[in-house]
Design a protein around this ligand. Structure first.
Ligand SMILES: [Ca+2]
Ligand SMILES: [Ca+2]
Length: 391
């Protein structure tokens, strides 16, 4: 989503009222075992903040195991690359302090060249030309950057079906990008090998074309992924820039350059999700696979984490981000990484590590005075709702 276009008015409309007390503990323990550790993520140089973090994924790819992270188009020097934080760095980090990323992995153009790649992907068109332009701008280039909004590790439907990175970019056109990691000495690159177009249906995107694909999770089967679209309808008829209502949760196959939606599963899961809306807005901004049958999705605007039960095509609420008795992010992050003007936290990434802890990242929106993301580790999250009884 485009942080540039948030306004005070919108924020007041979309977020629950109530000022956060001026308390910020880096670690807080309740009576339960839940613990929230907060970190200040830095780029590998140890100096620059990681800004506008838009998604996280915990996983292993080759010799690397840890957190994989992307930033959106407003991430400046953090954009147009994949940022990796190793498992050992995560283990050594101290709550409340900096966490310095292990590596920044640049995106690299298709090895066959853009002309052949474009030809292979349907012959091009304006959308492919814009993708190439953003891709080639690089993090320090002029002009628009890739609006990376999601990352996961998964396997393609086509040979050789090795583990690869899958990213989404959404503005102005939503694509899933498939990249293979290549090594040269100590450095790595994420080389673009395929892209899959996601066509938002007629009338389902706002004027900024910035409410498209925001989350991705691999299903465990080659080529099959879960994707989320942020919104498909305006929450307020007078606000047509961004659609913050009627998000979509979809199961899809990536094949033949396109996102092919499993309409039956996706419609059922999405209807179940819509029934859970409690406030004026409802969005999906991240997705993560928790186990064989469970997908976790985050509703940034509504402030909820939901769990989708894949076999029953149902979605249930799990954790409210602002519940004072548990996560209470407004209070915990009121001064972290700096004083927040608005009483909300813009969670855009979530993932689970092998110990069962959840990691979250925020994408601070205007009018905050900072763009630095906060990395959150939720140790011993509360139990999830049980899936519906098998039919
Ligand atoms: Ca965006
Ligand atoms: Ca949309």
């Amino acid at each position: 989503m485009n942080q540039e276009h948030f306004s005070y008015l919108l924020l007041f409309l979309v977020m629950l009222a109530g000022a956060a007390p001026g308390v910020a503990q880096t670690t807080t323990t309740r009576a339960s075992t839940l613990r929230m550790d907060l970190y200040r993520p830095k780029m590998p140089d140890g100096q620059r903040d990681i800004e506008q973090g838009s998604d996280l994924h915990y996983g292993r790819l080759g010799r690397r195991e840890g957190l994989w992270l992307v930033c959106d188009r407003n991430g400046g020097p953090c954009a147009n690359q994949v940022i990796f934080i190793s498992k050992s760095t995560l283990a050594a980090a101290r709550p409340g302090e900096m966490m310095v990323a292990t590596e920044s992995i640049p995106l690299a153009a298709p090895t066959e060249g853009w002309a052949a790649f474009t030809q292979r992907h349907g012959g091009g068109g304006d959308a492919m030309a814009e993708l190439r332009r953003q891709f080639e701008n690089g993090p320090r280039g002029e002009g628009p950057l890739l609006d990376l909004e999601a990352i996961t590790i998964g396997r393609s439907a086509t040979a050789p079906q090795d583990n690869r990175l899958f990213l989404t970019t959404e503005q102005p056109n939503s694509f899933v990008l498939e990249c293979v990691m290549t090594e040269s000495g100590a450095s790595a690159r994420a080389v673009l090998t395929a892209c899959y177009a996601y066509d938002e249906k007629e009338g389902t995107r706002g004027d900024d074309s910035n409410d498209g694909l925001e989350g991705i999770a691999w299903s465990g089967r080659p080529g099959e992924f879960f994707l989320v679209e942020e919104g498909t309808r305006a929450h307020d008829p007078s606000w047509t820039l961004l659609f913050f209502q009627r998000p979509r949760l979809m199961r899809c196959t990536l094949r033949d350059d396109r996102v092919i939606i499993d309409e039956a599963w996706s419609n059922a899961a999405t209807q179940s999700l819509w029934a859970l809306q409690t406030g004026k807005t409802h969005t999906l901004n991240s997705a993560a696979r928790l186990d064989e049958r469970t997908v976790l999705v985050a509703d940034r605007n509504g402030g909820w984490l939901y769990v989708a039960d894949v076999p029953s095509q149902t979605v249930r609420p799990w954790l409210n981000l602002y519940d004072k008795a548990s996560l209470d992010l407004r209070t915990r992050l009121a001064e972290f990484p700096a004083p927040r003007r608005m009483p909300y936290v813009s969670i855009e990434g979530i993932t689970q590590d092998p110990a069962g802890h959840l990691w979250l990242i925020d994408d601070p929106a205007m009018p905050e005075a900072f763009r630095a993301s906060c990395l959150i580790r939720m140790v011993h999250p509360p139990a999830r709702p049980a899936p519906p009884t098998a039919q």
